[in-house]
Design a protein around this ligand. Structure first.
Ligand SMILES: Nc1ncnc2c1ncn2[C@@H]1O[C@H](COP(=O)(O)OP(=O)(O)OP(=O)(O)O)[C@@H](O)[C@H]1O
Ligand SMILES: [Mg+2]
Length: 260
């Protein structure tokens, strides 16, 4: 049986990965001092920047600190959480919303203590579903049962539902993959979130080598644009930048987050 699920990936990812994620967790808890942050939206500008991976890693870090954590699949276009966690939940978000299953049946535990999953399947009308009163009522009903609810969403550069969810959530994290997004596109997403009155907690830079391997690199910029953490597991590799893309440096990346 395949054992190398995303939880193993997190556990075997090395101290630098876990440190980076724990730093993110710590910064969220600092942000929580002003106003409680219970629901967190994870989004990005373009596809495949590492949202779902970060959602699970952050969930694992929250659960490790004994916070009852729920991952909610809100990417109804490319739902990956159950695959990444190698779970086959019998019911999904839609079953709960359609009252075919109660939330305590549809929500299943993951291999990690304190981390649960509410999965979803691909659906044709994600905006209607996630923007519905019924969905918001469900999230409100789940709040007392959890310390943190993490919503994994599609890229905001292409789809509207992350903005809808962000407007109703306590905080939003934008994941940027090194070399994938230019600053102007990131700024457009930030202003879209601002218009939605979302509270942007920060920007996470995911520097990941396309070839995979044990290469993790997360940097975190808080809502003042201040760099909180820079960790790189494997040194000596140059990050690849797409031709024509603006080089993302410490100076220009926070410029996007400075807007937040
Ligand atoms: N830090 C990382 N280290 C190694 N691999 C990573 C990292 N982040 C993401 N990946 C890999 O990159 C791919 C895309 O990641 P992921 O599914 O998390 O992105 P996403 O933003 O959720 O994509 P989508 O827009 O399709 O929902 C996956 O194969 C994942 O395993
Ligand atoms: Mg995803």
């Amino acid at each position: 049986m395949e054992t190398n699920d995303i939880i193993d990936q997190y556990k075997n990812g090395g101290a630098s990965l876990r440190d980076a994620i724990k730093t993110l967790r710590t910064n969220i808890s600092f942000s929580s001092m002003d106003k409680e942050i219970k629901t967190i939206v994870i989004t990005s500008v373009t596809p495949h920047e590492g949202k779902s991976t970060l959602a699970v890693f952050l969930g694992l870090a929250m659960a490790e600190s004994l916070q009852r954590t729920l991952l909610v699949e809100c990417d109804l276009r490319r739902p990956m959480l159950q695959n990444y966690l190698k779970l086959r939940p019998p019911y999904s978000l839609l079953d709960v919303m359609g009252k075919r299953a109660t939330d305590d049946i549809a929500i299943i535990p993951t291999k990690a203590k304190y981390l649960d999953l509410l999965s979803a399947a691909v659906l044709a009308n994600p905006v209607e579903i996630l923007g519905s009163v019924r969905f918001q009522t469900l999230i409100d009903e789940l709040k007392p049962k959890y310390d943190v609810i993490i919503l994994d969403t599609p890229p905001l550069g292409s789809f509207i539902e992350p903005a809808i969810l962000a407007s109703k959530s306590d905080g939003t994290i934008i994941v940027l993959k090194t070399g994938a997004t230019d600053v102007a596109a990131a700024q457009a997403v930030v202003s879209q979130l601002e218009k939605a009155k979302a509270r942007i907690l920060g920007v996470v830079i995911n520097g990941v080598e396309a070839s995979g391997g044990d290469y993790y690199y997360y940097s975190y910029y808080d809502d003042d644009g201040e760099k909180k953490r820079k960790k790189r597991k494997r040194l000596g590799k140059r990050r690849r930048l797409r031709p024509g893309r603006q080089k993302r440096t410490e100076k220009n990346v926070p410029a996007a987050s400075k807007l937040v």
